[in-house]
Design a protein around this ligand. Structure first.
Ligand code: GDP
Length: 372
């Protein structure tokens, strides 16, 4: 190629020839800018629009598998709002014997009254269950720049002369975290990695010097998943289901044979049990409708796309294909019923409870020990 420029936003090689291909940037912009970015990153940054890209999943896998073959320090980022959904199940295979610093991001989304010590304890238990050994667990908000300095300290304590790889599924906040870290090292404005609400922004590894150390810090492209609602809805509806700020939990006292609709994306039927409270943790702007179970089918078919949105007409059809998940909870510990990417419903566990969660085909639904 005529040059070996790399987009500082997403890590892809820049080319000036083919407009429709990844890495395209107009020639004059490449010459003028100190930190060249591809047109796609430019648009994401300045107009918040996204150009669709084709991602090469095999390429991702290779990048990740290579981490385990050399001495490295792994910073694994997960999203607290969708812990299981953002947990990379193959992590042991990817990192080999290398140490892992677990960073639980988006702590700013948990309700104001959250007991973070309890959340940390919860995290450690969940990580144990996954069979993964981590050296540190750190709760942060990359966006609000809360606790990033603890990540920096943990890295410095363990890095030696290794490279640091930041890994995680798409959209957990890896790029935001790295920008925050580099900012702590006094990096100038303008060279930030592109971040966006859309999965798949980082296209290749982006390598940066780790100031004061011989190694580099490397942003890896997020592993794409398809089991989170956030992977499936259209960009506009993604805004509706993504919390912007801390969640205000909503508690509904339900009798059996009552139904809650989360927009038209998910339907929660309380089939059997005593009258009790169900607490919902989802984006504040997502509307929840309550109805009688006997009317639920009719309401869904009449009001989907109008009262019950998302999905909207731009969303893929299969979001309208709801699959039932029958869940029985015995009395005991509080449990969360999690709908990946949408949020969760906490059941306090006072009674024997049977519910049916109807979620779009492919979206992961599971129960867990209550987070909060
Ligand atoms: P990446 O794909 O893992 O690199 O994720 P990005 O850094 O591009 O972030 C994905 C989305 O999550 C963007 O909309 C970010 O603004 C948002 N995000 C990142 N960190 C946080 C955080 O700490 N809190 C919240 N609420 N959002 C965050």
């Amino acid at each position: 190629s005529e040059m070996d420029l790399i987009c500082t936003g997403c890590g892809i090689g820049i080319q000036t020839e083919e407009k429709e291909q990844p890495g395209y940037a107009p020639l004059n912009s490449v010459i003028e800018r100190e930190y060249p970015v591809c047109q796609r990153c430019y648009r994401i940054k300045h107009y918040s629009d996204v150009a669709p890209v084709t991602l090469d999943n095999a390429g991702f896998q290779k990048i990740l598998r290579d981490i385990g073959k050399r001495p490295a320090l792994v910073v694994k980022v997960v999203d607290l709002f969708d812990f299981a959904g953002s947990w990379v199940k193959e992590i042991n295979r990817y990192v080999g014997q290398n140490p892992i610093i677990l960073v639980a991001n988006k702590a700013d989304l948990l309700p104001k009254v959250t007991n973070f010590e309890k959340v940390e304890h919860w995290l450690q238990k969940e990580v144990e269950k996954q069979g993964v050994k981590v050296a540190d667990t750190i709760l942060i908000s990359a966006k609000k720049r809360i606790n990033i300095e603890f990540v920096k300290e943990a890295i410095e304590e363990r890095v030696g002369n290794r490279d640091v790889y930041v890994v995680g599924t798409a959209n957990v906040g890896k790029s935001t975290l790295i920008n925050g870290l580099l900012n702590l090292y006094g990096q100038e404005e303008g060279a930030e990695i592109t971040t966006s609400r859309y999965p798949g922004t980082t296209l290749s590894t982006i390598k940066m010097d780790l100031p004061g150390h011989s190694g580099s810090i490397i942003d890896t492209p997020g592993i794409m998943t398809t089991h989170r609602l956030t992977d499936l809805v259209c960009p506009k509806c993604l805004r509706t289901i993504t919390p912007e700020t801390y969640i205000n939990p909503k508690t509904y006292q339900l009798n059996d044979k009552q139904t809650l609709f989360f927009g038209g994306l998910c339907r929660f039927d309380y089939l059997a049990g005593e009258k009790q409270g169900f607490t919902i943790y989802s984006a504040n702007q997502l509307s929840v409708h309550r109805t009688k179970l006997e009317n639920a089918d009719e309401i869904y078919s009449k009001h989907l796309g109008t009262l019950l949105v998302p999905p909207c007409e731009k969303c893929p059809d299969h979001l309208r294909e709801l699959v039932p998940h029958k869940i029985t909870l015995k009395s005991g510990h509080p449990q969360d019923i999690v709908i990946s990417g949408l949020g969760w419903i906490t059941v306090r566990g006072m009674h024997y409870t049977t519910v049916v969660v109807h979620a779009p085909r492919g979206v992961e639904v599971h129960t867990r020990r209550a987070l909060i």
